[in-house]
Ligand binder design. Structure first.
Ligand SMILES: NC(=O)c1ccc[n+]([C@@H]2O[C@H](COP(=O)([O-])OP(=O)(O)OC[C@H]3O[C@@H](n4cnc5c(N)ncnc54)[C@H](O)[C@@H]3O)[C@@H](O)[C@H]2O)c1
Length: 336
């Protein structure tokens, strides 16, 4: 049997390139599409002012491209907010599975510039869905977010809980979920919606919590903690997420037309992360600042459904993932 074809839209991003490599190593035929502009090369060149930071981020981004090349994964440079281009790519490649990652992947950036968020999240999603609507056997995987839940009402959020997003990012994600389901109702394609949270791992440049803790610590800068540090996040190591997506694409019957939380499944506090950081960097200074009220208060995302239906089995506790990421960062940071 021929290898399944997977098209990853937003495939040069943090999740995209790691996932592309993960799937390629497991015998999928993978293509990636990206415009390299949003939270990628063009953005870093234009907007990061600090020279060392810019050099570091550009080197991580170039490493992503080198890794795609080394693993023989084609990257099609394309602005997916333009419909005709993505239609052509899909016509040429004829993917069995399309994974849609392209977005403005930041909550705060989406609030600051809703139009940019709409064009690169919603318009790109619409075009991706259009590109496969007449391909009945295709399977569409949409990356939503824990932000769809809004402020968690309980410690643990389940897939069937009422969603009540606060900011533009979460609202776009939730409306994206509805659009994906409607396309499936109308045109008959299969879909899976995944809701990840607080990811970390190699070559991330997205200013996410663990990345910023390590980056500031290595640079001997203060670490700012928003709030009292008791807030909890379901920190998820990138390999765990990739292993979950692998389960989804391997046996599509089990994941079709369903929504899954895909995290480590156990939230940990910022103070836990502070302790882990302090063990590595004895003189690290932490400063408390007030938290942004538009950032939803979150917690654990239940992964019971993914465990039961997909046999998803995440392996990286915060301690284990932090250690792996720390080692990678110390090796790579020291060399740049
Ligand atoms: N990283 C996380 O913790 C996290 C958590 C929950 C959900 N998500 C979602 O997962 C997806 C991927 O996240 P990520 O962390 O890899 O983000 P990322 O910003 O690293 O990757 C997104 C990629 O999409 C590309 N892109 C954006 N607009 C495009 C366009 N118009 N045409 C072509 N390419 C375009 C960008 O250039 C970028 O490379 C996003 O939808 C994000 O909202 C991420």
């Amino acid at each position: 049997m021929k290898n399944k074809k997977v098209l990853i839209i937003g495939g040069a991003g943090f999740i995209g390139h790691n996932l592309a490599i993960y799937l390629k190593k497991r015998k999928f035929d993978v293509w990636t599409v990206d415009n390299l502009k949003i939270n990628n090369l063009a953005h870093v060149k234009k907007n990061i002012k600090n020279k060392n930071q810019k050099k570091l981020y550009l080197s991580f981004l170039k490493d992503r491209l080198k890794l795609l090349k080394k693993n023989k994964i084609p990257l099609k440079i394309c602005d997916v907010s333009k419909k005709s281009k993505i239609l052509k790519i899909v016509q040429n490649f004829k993917p069995n599975i399309v994974i849609h990652l392209a977005a403005v992947s930041h909550d705060s950036r989406s609030n600051t510039n809703p139009e940019e968020a709409f064009e690169n999240s919603q318009r790109t999603l619409f075009n991706s869905l259009e590109s496969i609507k007449d391909k009945k056997n295709s399977h569409f995987i949409y990356f939503s977010s824990s932000m769809v839940y809004g402020n968690f009402k309980k410690k643990v959020a389940f897939e069937q809980d009422t969603c009540n997003p606060i900011g533009i990012y979460g609202s776009l994600k939730l409306s994206g979920e509805l659009l994906v389901k409607s396309y499936s109702n109308v045109f008959g394609n299969k879909y899976t919606i995944v809701r990840p949270s607080a990811l970390y791992g190699e070559r991330c440049i997205s200013n996410r919590v663990i990345q910023i803790f390590l980056e500031n610590a290595f640079q001997r800068k203060k670490i700012f903690i928003k709030g009292d540090g008791r807030e909890k996040l379901d920190f998820t190591y990138i390999d765990d997420l990739c292993s979950g997506i692998f389960k989804i694409v391997k046996d599509q019957r089990k994941s079709s037309n369903r929504t899954f939380n895909l995290t480590y499944g156990s939230a940990r506090s910022i103070n836990d992360l502070r302790k882990l950081t302090k063990k590595k960097f004895k003189n690290q200074i932490f400063v408390s600042v007030s938290r942004n009220k538009l950032m939803a208060i979150r917690g654990t995302l239940s992964i019971k459904k993914a465990k039961r239906m997909l046999k998803y089995n995440p392996k990286f506790s915060l301690e284990k993932g932090f250690e792996k990421y720390y080692r990678w960062y110390s090796k790579n940071y020291a060399n740049r």
